[in-house]
Design a protein around this ligand. Structure first.
Ligand code: ADP
Length: 206
């Protein structure tokens, strides 16, 4: 198995690229989805998050209201750390369990984990290698505005909370420039896929 971390700034094209790899045969684990999953009623992080932030974060159906929770923690570093301290270890556990499940079923799988904040969270050690999807900040703002219907100011604000792209380039093993057309990126992904298959084989030769 090859365990790959896929990252990139918001709206750089991570999901688009991830789907291209899935079509070629990769297994995808979406860490944002796991973070939501572990906070569903009855799942491991639910009780602790509700206990910590109070019942006012609940919807009438008892699910955590992500918008309300977001409003409490957004811009409050201490509260973000508190939430992360509850949720992150459980996300890690669930991620690891899913990874092992794939390994058991398919020994030579290529597994891609989509993690927006891989470098910010210094999670490189969790992976055999990392792939960074990038575009220029101006294009990032343009695509983010189109996708999420944001104003220029709102889009710029979201970008500011992330590590500058030039810092990420230094940390990534493979960089995919997604500034061109979708077919351009598809060509790049096809080439990288071959490389990943090769690396997976090499891993067991060492
Ligand atoms: P991320 O998962 O990194 O947030 P997405 O894959 O959702 O980013 O891409 C952000 C937006 O840009 C989406 O609306 C997507 O359709 C669009 N997009 C992705 N790649 C390209 C490309 N090469 N050219 C133009 N638009 C693109």
């Amino acid at each position: 198995m090859l365990n790959v971390g896929l990252t990139g700034g918001i709206a750089c094209g991570k999901s688009t690229v991830a789907q291209m790899f899935v079509e070629l045969g990769a297994h995808l684990i979406d860490l944002d989805r796991i973070a939501h999953y572990v906070q569903e009623p009855g799942k491991p992080a639910y009780k602790e998050v509700v206990h910590h932030f109070g019942k006012e974060i609940l919807q009438p159906d008892k699910k955590i209201d992500r918008l309300k929770l977001g409003n409490i923690v957004f811009g409050n570093k201490k509260k973000i750390v508190e939430l992360n301290n509850i949720v992150h270890p459980l996300v890690y556990q669930e991620w690891h369990a899913r990874l092992e499940k794939i390994r058991t079923k398919k020994e030579h799988a290529i597994v891609l984990s989509d993690i927006p904040l891989l470098f910010e969270g210094q999670m490189q050690d969790m992976f055999d290698l990392s792939i960074l999807v990038l575009i220029a900040p101006e294009e990032q703002i343009r695509r983010l505005r189109i996708r999420n219907g944001l104003s220029k100011e709102e889009a710029e604000k979201r970008l500011k909370s992330q590590m500058p792209i030039r810092e990420k380039i230094k940390l990534a093993d493979i960089v995919i420039d997604n500034e061109g057309s979708v077919p351009d990126t598809e060509n790049k992904v096809n080439k990288i896929w071959k490389k990943l298959l090769h690396l997976e084989k090499q891993k067991y030769k060492l």
